[in-house]
Structure formats: C-alpha cells, structure tokens
Design a protein around this ligand. Structure first.
Ligand code: HEC
Length: 113
C-alpha cells in the first residue's frame, strides 16, 4: 500500500513537471510567433513609405533640375543599367547631392524598361 502511494506521488510529480515544461515552451513559442507578423508588417509599411517619399522626391528632381539643359525622356526609354551610367554622368551636371542622386536613380530605375 505504501509502495503504491509512493509510485503515485512520483508519477504525479513527473506529470506536473511535464505539464509545466510543455506550458512554458508553448508560451515562448506563441509570444515570438505572435510578435513576428506585426513587426514585419510595420517594417514593410515603413519601407513602403520611405520608397514612396524617395520616388516623389526623385520625380520632382527629374522634372526640375534635370530639365535645365534638355527635356527628359520617359523613364522607360532606357534599361536600368543604362540609367546607372546616365545618372552617374548627369548628377554632377545637375549638381545633385548624394541623397538627390539616390532619389532620381530610384525613380528612373523603377520605370526603366
Ligand atoms: C548642365 C546641363 C545638364 C543637366 C543639368 C542634365 N543634363 Fe542630361 N545631358 C546633358 C547633355 C549636354 C547631354 C548630351 C549627351 C552628353 O553630353 O553626354 C545630356 C544627355 C542626357 C541624356 C541622353 C543620354 C543618352 O545616352 O542618350 C539623358 C537621358 C539625360 N541627359 C538625363 C539627364 C538627367 C536624368 C538629369 C538630371 C539628373 C540631367 N540629364 C541633367 C546636359 C545636362
């Protein structure tokens, strides 16, 4: 009788530990899984807003500073690689700083053929 009680106690002890462990690991897993989609959605939204701002700024520069000497073609007139070379050549002529050059480059390459 005494031996049976001891076995039952040990079994109960193991069961408690097993439940505690499984609960603990479940909590950790759900927390990190629950946070991830929210974070990446926020990051995506921020990235989209940054890109939108960059595109707007780039187009504005393209239509103003780039038209001092000549008209500008549709951005689809050149490939992305060709735009790299053109902007490298034209940015100093238009006196663009690094940020302005990056904005124009983003804009024209987005519309490249
Ligand atoms: C100071 C005057 C000047 C400014 C400002 C200028 N360009 Fe030019 N661009 C030229 C000249 C001159 C040419 C003729 C080709 C050459 O000399 O390389 C030219 C040619 C081009 C061409 C044709 C290239 C080809 O190979 O067919 C494109 C496209 C162009 N520019 C885009 C731009 C863009 C975009 C900007 C703004 C970042 C800009 N340009 C600013 C003077 C300018």
């Amino acid at each position: 009788m005494l031996k049976q009680k001891k076995v039952a106690c040990v079994a109960l002890g193991f069961l408690t530990i097993a439940i505690a462990v499984s609960c603990a690991s479940k909590t950790v897993a759900t927390t990190s899984k629950a946070n991830q989609p929210i974070k990446s959605a926020e990051n995506t939204q921020n990235a989209n807003e940054n890109l939108k701002a960059l595109m707007t700024k780039g187009e504005e520069i393209y239509r103003t500073k780039c038209t001092h000497c000549h008209g500008v073609p549709e951005t689809s007139a050149y490939s992305s690689n060709r735009w790299d070379r053109i902007i490298n050549e034209m940015a100093p002529r238009a006196r663009l700083d690094a940020a302005e050059k990056n904005a124009v480059l983003t804009y024209v390459k987005a519309g490249a053929r």
